[in-house]
Design a protein around this ligand. Structure first.
Ligand SMILES: NC(=O)c1ccc[n+]([C@@H]2O[C@H](COP(=O)([O-])OP(=O)(O)OC[C@H]3O[C@@H](n4cnc5c(N)ncnc54)[C@H](OP(=O)(O)O)[C@@H]3O)[C@@H](O)[C@H]2O)c1
Length: 344
């Protein structure tokens, strides 16, 4: 007998213009079978990410075949364990968090033990659902790629974003002096609360390079963490320090920038790509270290999850629209226990 569950299933690529994101509907779909090497999790919450929006618009590097259930991180309770993975350390009833390419915006998800970890003590389901992707990305960016040293100046762009707030906190934990940028003044307070020493509004200060030079006494930023690209990247190249590292994470501005190589030479700087998802495949030990490192920082109170708002599964489109329109501060979270806004 086939069983069913509720999920957001996407059957077409969403056009970029218009309110189509708001139109995502829940549907009842056949439940995936939990194979002998899989684990089934009853989802309690799912974290949202900017790249969900890109994936729904067909603009992300990973293009799943239609129809698919989006959502790449979740928390929940283990509900079935396949017979080949009974010794994987996960048992029915365990509270877990996990990542997956797709499938998290649903009541249940079938995954593998390698994608799961136990929820750290003191973490809520909502926090656990949005913790891993952003935190591990910034840990890899600051520790593995930039190798941030105490006393270095670290400039974090879109610092009030989901990824940005983790970057600020992780750079602070490494002893850096942190400068965060934000697109509107209402976002500044939270960036300070996360530990930033300076906050700059890059909408009203498009030419922020002189300000960075002033703060760093002419030196420039040693590390620039850039999820925005476009004009923000261009301006960054004017205030990167000698031996500086620019970490490229994404292009929320919508423009992939470029840089003349003579500038790279003259500045003696490095431009480094960061694609966290690939560590799982290429260097799984880095993923293990990032998980352990971020969990330790959470338990020490140095890495706090910032939740913007929780939404019902039915309101996923509203959550994604809030990200795309730069409204969110920290992460929007989908809670499977929450009633849709229209029914409140
Ligand atoms: N490379 C990796 O491994 C990796 C992993 C995770 C995420 N990412 C990337 O990191 C970035 C941030 O992800 P996130 O989920 O944490 O999102 P987010 O930072 O919460 O949201 C994006 C932010 O980008 C800023 N932004 C600037 N120009 C924008 C524009 N034209 N439209 C929309 N936003 C704009 C906004 O902040 P302001 O209003 O303050 O400008 C906005 O809040 C994304 O590019 C994502 O793809 C990369």
């Amino acid at each position: 007998r086939m069983s069913f569950f509720v999920a957001i299933q996407v059957t077409r690529i969403i056009p970029e213009e218009g309110p189509a994101l708001d139109d995502l509907k829940v549907s009842t779909v056949p439940a995936p079978v939990c194979g002998s090497s899989s684990i089934e999790v009853r989802v309690k919450a799912a974290g949202t990410n900017f790249y969900d929006v890109l994936m729904l618009q067909g603009k992300y590097q990973h293009k799943p075949p239609l129809p698919f259930i989006p959502g790449s991180e979740f928390s929940g309770i283990v509900s079935k364990v396949g017979k080949n993975v009974l010794n994987s350390g996960f048992n029915v009833g365990d509270h877990v968090l996990g990542s997956s390419l797709v499938g998290a915006y649903a009541e249940i998800i079938v995954t593998s033990p390698a994608q799961l970890s136990h929820m750290p003590k003191g973490m809520t389901f909502e926090e656990a659902s949005m913790f891993r992707s952003a935190s591990c990305t910034s840990w890899a960016g600051m520790v593995v790629r930039a190798k941030v040293q105490p006393g270095e100046f670290v400039l974090v762009h879109a610092a009030a974003g989901g990824v940005g707030l983790t970057a600020v906190q992780i750079a602070k934990s490494l002893g850096a002096i942190v400068i965060g940028t934000v697109g509107s003044d209402r976002k500044a307070a939270i960036v300070r609360e996360a530990g930033a020493d300076y906050v700059i509004n890059y909408t009203t200060n498009k030419h922020f390079a002189p300000k960075i030079k002033e703060i760093t006494k002419g030196r420039g930023a040693d590390v620039i963490y850039d999820p925005v690209g476009g004009d923000v990247f261009d301006e960054s190249t004017r205030c990167i320090a000698w031996n500086g590292r620019i970490i490229i994470l994404g292009f929320t501005s919508g423009r992939i920038p470029s840089m003349k190589m003579n500038r790279v030479l003259l500045k003696g700087c490095s431009i480094m790509g960061l694609f966290y998802g690939r560590y799982g495949m290429e260097e799984p030990h880095i993923h293990q270290q990032a998980q352990a490192g971020t969990e330790r920082l959470f338990l020490e109170g140095k890495l706090k999850p910032f939740i913007y708002k929780t939404y019902a599964l039915e309101d996923l489109g509203k959550a994604l629209l809030a990200i795309a329109s730069r409204e969110t501060i920290g992460k929007a979270v989908i809670s499977l226990d929450q009633k849709p806004a229209s029914k409140l």
